[in-house]
Design a protein around this ligand. Structure first.
Ligand code: IMP
Length: 190
């Protein structure tokens, strides 16, 4: 089976690829001639996931899935949430986003947070949503050079290491994205 993964983010492609069983091949947007900077202007995570998947389905007529992810920090009332990518500005700089987050959290003792991913699948015109969540906390200082985005400061529940200190496989077993992908695979199998 082949399915289009509607993302321009190479990290997401490699994380998801490692979770798929043999027999499912991901097709990237360049392979179908689609630009990789898909519109995502919704103010919700599922809204953005659906917007990206619909763009590809409507313009290219192929079954596909897209995902959107947000980091939700409890002491900041869910910030940065759906604005995670542009938290510190439109240039989507992960280091600046992380610095802003650490600065804002400095005044708080509660550092609990969660990552939330929603996958939107469009299959023959029908839409399905799958959600994955991982709880954890924001570390005081970044650690590790794996992963991407906020990974160096996110320590999942039950762990002492940040996501950036784990391999893709280790992260995928417990991550928001990994959990959403498991639900997507269960759907394909059923
Ligand atoms: P988007 O889902 O590509 O819009 O990502 C939103 C923001 O969250 C971006 O700043 C990403 O770098 C960040 N992000 C998404 N997924 C992850 C992840 O698995 N770990 C760390 N940061 C992530």
């Amino acid at each position: 089976m082949e399915i289009v993964f509607a993302t321009g983010n190479a990290h997401k492609i490699s994380e998801v690829s490692e979770l798929l069983p043999e027999g499912i091949r991901l097709i990237g947007l360049p392979e179908i001639g689609c630009p990789t900077d898909l519109p995502e202007t919704s103010d919700t995570i599922p809204g953005n996931a659906l917007q990206k998947a619909r763009y590809v389905y409507e313009h290219f007529g192929v079954n596909c899935f897209a995902e959107d992810t947000g980091l939700e920090v409890y002491a900041l009332h869910g910030e940065p949430g759906v604005y995670s990518a542009r938290y510190a500005g439109d240039d989507k700089d992960p280091a600046a986003n992380t610095r802003k987050l650490l600065d804002k959290l400095a005044a708080h003792s509660d550092r609990s947070a969660r990552f939330r991913t929603v996958i939107a699948l469009i299959l023959e015109g029908r839409e399905y949503l799958f959600e994955g969540i991982v709880e954890g906390r924001i570390a005081e200082t970044p650690a590790g050079d794996g992963g991407f985005g906020y990974d160096p400061v996110f320590v999942p529940e039950g762990e002492t290491r940040s996501f950036a200190q784990m391999s893709n496989k280790e992260k995928g077993r417990i991550s928001h994205r990994g959990r959403a992908v498991v639900k997507l695979l269960d759907f394909f199998q059923s």
